[in-house]
Design a protein around this ligand. Structure first.
Ligand code: KG4
Ligand code: ZN
Length: 338
């Protein structure tokens, strides 16, 4: 048995977990700051790092206690090295280094997106080659994994991330923060509306994404309707935005899956919690013969430390250890990217 104590603090969740062999969660504590950031309409980096400092010790203590083990029983300390907010990352990096130093444990730095992908290991043993659709607040990527712990980006957004587009459209529609869940909910009451035609942005690389034009189109449409004194159906606009954005994501994923022929297709990241995206991926996956499709349970879609423990286990098995001089990296690239 290999036990990994994992820490995640890249954005606005302070989290710690104990994970066994990359697939069994012994504890998974997440302290969300969402109520605080909602007051400001988005994550305020300075506030986020301050709350991480206030909470991290209690979160670690609780995760260790709930696991039924002690820190000395862990084989390694995994933590998110990046990407994310620099001040937030620093807190987790320092906590991990402190534990590693005090308990003489190896350090395993983890890429946050690798964590999101490995959250699927809690559902099913991962089979390689694997294709992952990563959809979060900061990332929209198609990642090809020829084998365990090996990442290659085959597509990415050329402008906004999908989660960012959701959050900005939600702001235009006065839905508050975070926008993703609010649009998800509102779109259920909406329908196709022939007045709300939105563009499907094109990209040079067929596996790349673009959401900035779509976001601007929603903004302009909303302004135009208001100027003309027409009532805006937020439900229909949310429906049209969501259908356009998600079909774009799923179309490209299907295209890549048919071309690359992975053994497994997985969904990853905060936007993987979206009910319509989950529905669409499962529906469309029927086109893919012989490819197993996995979506993570809702609680492992958004930021948590169990996923860092799972990705940390893969890195640990490949002997990828960090040092005391590793520094938080807000723009960290995927391992294998150049
Ligand atoms: O992965 P995550 O928790 O943090 C990052 O690593 O960025 O993703 C956060 C993003 C936010 O943009 C949030 O609006 C979006 O995930 N999100 C959703 C849903 N739940 C969270 N987007 C669409 N539908 C949802 N149900
Ligand atoms: Zn995330």
């Amino acid at each position: 048995m290999t036990r990994i104590l994992a820490i995640e603090s890249s954005c606005d969740e302070t989290a710690c977990a104990m994970v066994e062999d990359g697939k069994t969660i012994l504890s998974n504590i997440v302290s969300s700051q969402i109520n605080t950031h909602t007051l400001y309409g988005g994550v305020v980096p300075e506030v986020a790092s301050r709350i991480h400092v206030e909470n991290i010790s209690a979160v670690i203590e609780e995760a260790v206690r709930e696991s039924g083990y002690s820190v000395s029983d862990a084989d390694a300390i995994a933590y998110t090295l990046g990407p994310g907010l620099i001040g937030s990352l620093h807190v987790g990096v320092l906590a991990a280094k402190t534990l590693a130093f005090a308990f003489h444990k190896p350090l395993v730095p983890v890429h946050h997106i690798a964590g999101h992908i490995y959250a699927n290991a809690f559902v099913s043993e991962l089979c390689f080659p694997l294709l992952a659709l990563v959809v979060s607040g900061g990332h929209t990527q198609l990642i090809w994994m020829k084998e365990d712990n090996c990442f290659e980006e085959i597509g990415t957004t050329v402008d906004d991330a999908i989660g960012e587009a959701y959050d900005k459209v939600a702001r235009v529609l006065d839905l508050g923060y975070p926008g993703g869940p609010a649009i998800d909910k509102l779109a259920k009451q909406g329908k196709k509306n022939s007045d709300y035609v939105l563009p499907r942005p094109k990209t040079a690389n067929p596996y790349d994404f673009s959401f900035s034009g779509l976001k601007t189109a929603v903004l302009q449409l909303n302004d135009r309707l208001k100027r003309k004194g027409k009532e805006v159906s937020k439900e229909d606009l949310a429906w049209c935005f969501q259908e356009t954005a998600l079909n774009l994501l799923v179309d490209k994923t299907m295209l890549a899956a048919k071309e690359y022929q992975p053994k497994m297709l997985v969904l990853a990241g905060g936007v993987a919690a979206n009910s319509r995206l989950r529905e669409l991926i499962i529906e469309r996956a029927e086109e893919l013969k012989g490819i197993k499709t996995v979506i993570p349970p809702l609680k492992y879609c958004t930021d948590n430390a169990a996923m860092i423990g799972a990705a940390g286990y893969a890195a640990y098995c490949h002997g990828e250890f960090g040092t005391m001089s590793d520094a938080a990296d807000p723009g960290l690239e995927m391992p294998g990217e150049s």
